[in-house]
Design a protein around this ligand. Sequence first.
Ligand code: ADP
Ligand code: MG
Ligand code: MG
Length: 455
Amino acid sequence: MAQGIPDEVLMNTELIKDLVDVAKDAALLQGVLMRIQETPNSSELVTYAPFTLFPSPVPKTVFLQALALQTHYNTLVDKISQDPDFLQEALASTIAVDDFTAKLFRIHKQILKEGRSQSIVLGLNRSDYMLDQREDGSSSLKQIEINTIAASFGGLSSRTPDVHRHVLKVAGRLEESQRILDNNPAFGLTAALAKAWELYGSERAVVMFLVEETQRNIFDHRYIEHELWKRNITTMRKQFEDVCKTGSLDQDKRLFVDGREVAVVYFRNVFFLFSGFEFTHLAGTKKVQQVLARPGVLEKFFPDQPQVVEQIRATFAGLYTLDLGAEGDKTVTMALAAPDRFVLKPQREGGGNNIYGSEICQVLEGVKDSTERTAYILMDKICPWPVQNYLLRRDAPLKISNCLSELGIFGAYVRHGKDMVMNECVGHLLRTKSSEHSDGGVAAGVAVLDNPLLV
Ligand code: ADP
Ligand code: MG
Ligand code: MG
């Protein structure tokens, strides 16, 4: 097991009880907040966003490896989203059976057809990884997926480092507390947004947050709003129905809501850049991930950079097609023979959709002889060593759990025509869950916020 928090601390029940109180207060003081489930649209009663009592060990080399990759991933996503032929070919079998992907593809084509009045592209990505740790002691960074339009928890995760530092100091672990890095994804994401807003070129234009009916995670958004206001960029929050009532497009396709020109729309963790909008979502589908892992495909996107290809490919887990044909048949046979070694993934986002273990056999037996199977891809299961920790959640009983962590790296880029005017790695997000759960993120109530403790 990686050297994390020693047992003398983890098993000291009295100390843990004290630390839990200290930790919750620290989270409230630092603003690691969420509204409560009962009143998701009021800030009268708020609580801490779920988090781990202690930070989780992450090898420093692996952490640096993930950071170093991010600008290349930004470039890759950007290149893919500008390559309709590649997307068409990669997604052909999936589009045929998966309505959701098919709809996205139609939107993508429509946007390309209508053409863009100015091509300012804003890309916010988060590449997620887990550590594959084997019995022989080896440990390697493997990509779980790339989220091409992901900014959630960029705000709260900039406040969690101070919470863990404080907890460790109170626990008498000063040295460990110094191994927690600063993190400020909200700042970097906002810098990209501000750059795009500036290129849009209207000082009066605002950034609109298109919000859902239930707004529990509002504080995470507020960090980004505040960062924008600090740069004197006006933001407004609107529900979809407000936009329907008071929104209009002028002849240049500029959006006005409530009489105000809107430069950028933020929706469900997605920023749409008005009038420079490019649809990068397809580049982050699981099918594209599987196609990218095929021999020769990365080379196409980085023709003169074999070392970049190698760096990216080193983080790919085994990914297998379920397209009809001999190769897909082989995947089926392999999965049925050892389902515990794999994860079966449909083209969905947001956690809770993947299929594991014996259920893989049930699902594959049902679809293996039809085109339906092409809606899925198969992936090697990544197995990190579990680490003991306490997951702190409102009203949940305190108990020690075996935990698994997933490291996300935020990237942001802005392209103006052919010029990349910004391409940066802007921060990280560590999410940790109990090993009983095979799937699910923070929003799904399974994972909680965490910080890497570099070891
Ligand atoms: P989503 O877009 O729904 O977040 P993911 O591919 O991230 O889809 O899968 C959801 C969760 O399932 C991940 O956060 C991770 O906990 C788990 N998971 C996904 N792929 C693997 C894998 N190859 N090995 C182990 N766990 C995985
Ligand atoms: Mg995802
Ligand atoms: Mg995910």
